[in-house]
Design a protein around this ligand. Sequence first.
Ligand code: MEV
Length: 323
Amino acid sequence: MKNKIEISAPGKLMLFGEHAVVYGGPCIVTAVNQRMRVVVETTKDREIELKAPEVGLKHFKDSVSASLDRLPKGARFVFSAVKNFNGRFELLSGLRIRTNSDFSNEFGFGSSSSVTVCVAKALSAIFDVDLDNKELFDICYKSVLDVQGVGSGFDIAAAVWGGTLYFVGGGKKIAQVSKKELPLVVGYTGIKADTATLVKEVAFLKKSKPRIVSSIFRTIDFIVGDARRLIVNGNFKRLGELANINQGLLDSLGVNTTKLSNLIIAAKDAGAYGAKLSGAGGGDCMIAFVPERKRKFVEKAIEKAGGKVISVKNGAEGVRIEK
Ligand code: MEV
């Protein structure tokens, strides 16, 4: 048993298939090289001490059995990961946990899922429990569902495996598509989106127009299947065309915004192969597939349209022990 460990896990960007994946469809997600870093130390009492400045927690302390909805929002994923680990393997001490993120939790890069994965991985390393990636995924996915009730788990998979993944809702299938960097530009709208609300809005639309929304999801599923092949073949021009179609379908689900549209149109006018929102919609980020010779023009156009270009590499390594 160790008594201190540092773990890091990547953030993620959804490439294709958002929303449909919540209903059991496939999606494609890539891990980014901006990482969440978590240090976990054992302590003598049975409490969890948490220092998570990016979510406003300077020094929070409670027992491992504290009920999740009584905790501050920023502490719930950490406590939930500890609880679910403890539910399977007994925790033998208290914990001091410090989080530190390379990226702002505003971007929608998945700070909650990355932190959950770091904590569960740290506990398995500290208490010498051999977990394979799927077991780690299952503990963390349950933790996310316990906290937010909804979610496909794609963000947990990206944090665990890294690379660019083909992921089927709930983790029914998780396969590496590519470990190579894809030619992407990422633009942030400056608006933080609330994923749970957007997922609920789409659920409401699906309830009121079941046949129409189901057929939109089915088309998105086809797009994901084709996108997977195009990524393997490195055909980014055709991948861009699929991004444009996927964007149109997301717009029809009501999750697009004027700001996202402005950045997407600016990117396409500047020479991107194609562009779409990434994630739940309502704000956060857009992505554009670009020919390298047009990258600078696309970045400038996104900034001119009021977006902030986020410099990240994709296909990054999954969770790892730092020291
Ligand atoms: C949010 O980034 C992506 C959604 O598909 C939700 C999820 O898959 O958990 C909207």
